[in-house]
Design a binder for this molecule. Structure first.
Ligand SMILES: *Cc1c(COP(=O)(O)O)cnc(C)c1O
Length: 494
């Protein structure tokens, strides 16, 4: 399998391992497989496979310059006891939906699924290309990605990771999660500023040639772990296959039966993985793209116009508070038959004017997708309804998806069985969830609210919360934005 950039007219081919190492193409485009072929899956046979064995089958299709042994090692290292269930991503039926629980890893949210394996793929790719320096991951985080990346890179040979988070810009729980991070190669520092300041400063460090040279002399090569890396996208396909196969195994669906997939969407990575799964042969009917009040994608799927010129709304599903969904570029590219010139043109329109519209043939191409959005009160209602009627507790992100799906089903009368990507543990958003159930928290102590939620619902607290509660604080650095380079030197002792 060969990859090329979505913005490269000459379609210069690069291998999977190079694409993983680079992350983003030099022209600003995203790497895409050149040829996405439908495979002949024998689902009956696959019923015997575990999550890890399914992972091997899928990754092998896309990462063809990795040996079987390399892939197996990456998979074994990624999906181990870090997850609190051997099933890794179990499927639970509630109401007429099947929830794929993607939150059984260390940060109790779905980014663990891909960030557990990306560091291992990177480390192997670096060895393949005889890169002698250590990979140094720099990340600015608004909360979730930072911790998931720290856990993923923890003690992976040939890598180090530094995470910067805004001093007063993440939740208390997220801050604790990061400050208690263990591992020989993990570093965390708060910064005096907001997330945008941190993000901008990290980008500047990435493009600072002189600092890059300095790091290289000290034996480091900068890299990033953001969500456009193909090494994150492809592993996200695995749980859709695994979920489909588990429905087959439980006789919930007939062989060959098509299912819908509903995904609470932000950067468009998770749902794109579902779409790619369909393209290579997973029996999928509709892809339902669920947004919160930042409903750019809902409008896009309705009228073919992407327009980010609107108010940015802070919602109870913060990981979906996004106005520019980076991974959508990949769908745009596919929808125009891989036309890199047109893709570049649309992306530059987005950059300069904040909007673009697609042609009729592209609209036709993406008609598998249905967009929908849920507002604040619909989210609270959905959490409450799912608990009352089905004794199933969901988080606000997942509630966006299930609320959007409920409405779609009523309006369309499409009765296909439907998988819902459940992207965070309800305990990660205890305050909103507890309030949705009509209860008042006693205090601002997050652990207190978690205990109340657990007692009220009878749902067990995830192991990851217990661990954070007991863990010692290992990181206490705070630095100014202007001093981030010095902070990096200090942390690495260089
Ligand atoms: C990141 C995230 C999402 C959005 O996923 P995308 O791949 O960015 O669309 C949804 N829910 C949670 C909890 C997340 O952390």
């Amino acid at each position: 399998m060969i990859y090329c950039s979505t913005r490269d007219k000459s379609k210069k081919p690069i291998s999977a391992s190079e694409a993983i190492l680079k992350g983003l193409a030099d022209d600003g485009g995203l790497f895409m497989p050149m040829d996405i072929k439908k495979q002949d899956f024998n689902f009956e046979e696959m019923k015997k496979l575990s999550f890890k064995e399914i992972a091997f089958k899928i990754l092998k299709i896309f990462f063809t310059d990795f040996t079987d042994e390399e892939l197996r090692n990456c998979i074994e290292g990624a999906y181990d006891e870090k997850f609190d269930t051997e099933l890794i991503a179990p499927v639970k039926k509630a109401s007429d939906m099947y929830f794929i629980e993607l939150y059984h890893g260390k940060t109790i949210a779905f980014k663990d699924m891909a960030l557990s394996i990306l560091p291992r793929l990177m480390s192997v790719a670096a060895k393949k290309h005889k890169i002698s320096e250590d990979i140094l991951i720099l990340t600015a985080t608004s909360g979730d990605t930072g911790k998931a990346a720290l856990e993923g890179f923890k003690d992976v040979s040939g890598t180090k990771i530094i995470v910067f988070y805004p001093e007063n810009g993440v939740s208390k729980f997220q801050e604790l999660q990061m400050r208690t991070q263990s591992g020989k190669n993990t570093y965390v520092s708060a910064i005096k500023g907001n997330f945008d300041d941190a993000q901008t400063a990290v980008k500047e460090i990435f493009s600072d040639k002189e600092f890059g040279k300095f790091l290289k002399n000290k034996g480091y090569r900068l890299s990033s772990a953001n969500s456009i890396n193909i090494g994150r996208l492809i592993p996200q396909m695995v749980y859709y296959f695994n979920a489909y196969i588990s429905l087959l195994r439980d006789n919930e669906i007939e062989p060959g039966e098509k299912v819908n997939i509903t995904v609470p969407t932000g950067n468009f990575g998770n749902i794109l993985a579902a779409y790619l799964s369909k393209r290579i042969g997973l029996p999928v009917n509709r892809l339902i793209c669920a947004s919160n009040e930042n409903r750019v994608l809902t409008d896009f799927f309705k009228d073919g116009i992407y327009d980010k010129n609107r108010e940015f709304i802070l919602t109870s599903s913060p990981s979906m508070d996004i106005l520019v969904s980076s991974n959508l570029e990949r769908l745009i590219y596919l929808s125009c038959g891989g036309d890199a010139t047109l893709t570049s043109e649309l992306m530059s329109k987005l950059k300069t004017s904040g909007s673009y519209s697609i042609r009729d043939n592209m609209k036709e191409f993406i008609s598998d997708f249905i967009g929908g959005s849920a507002n604040a009160s619909e989210v609270l209602e959905e959490i409450s309804l799912m608990m009352k009627d089905y004794n199933y507790l969901i988080d606000p992100h997942t509630a966006v998806a299930s609320s959007v799906y409920r409405r779609y089903r009523e309006e369309s009368r499409d009765l296909s069985k439907t998988l819902i990507a459940s992207t965070a543990s309800p305990f990660k958003f205890s305050e909103t969830v507890y309030e949705a159930l009509g209860q008042d928290k006693d205090s601002n102590d997050i652990f207190n609210t978690i205990d109340l939620l657990s007692a009220y619902t009878g749902c067990k607290e995830p192991r990851a919360i217990e661990e954070v509660r007991k863990a010692p604080i290992l990181h206490s650095d705070v630095c100014k934005i202007s001093e981030m380079r010095d902070e990096i030197k200090k942390l690495l002792k260089i």
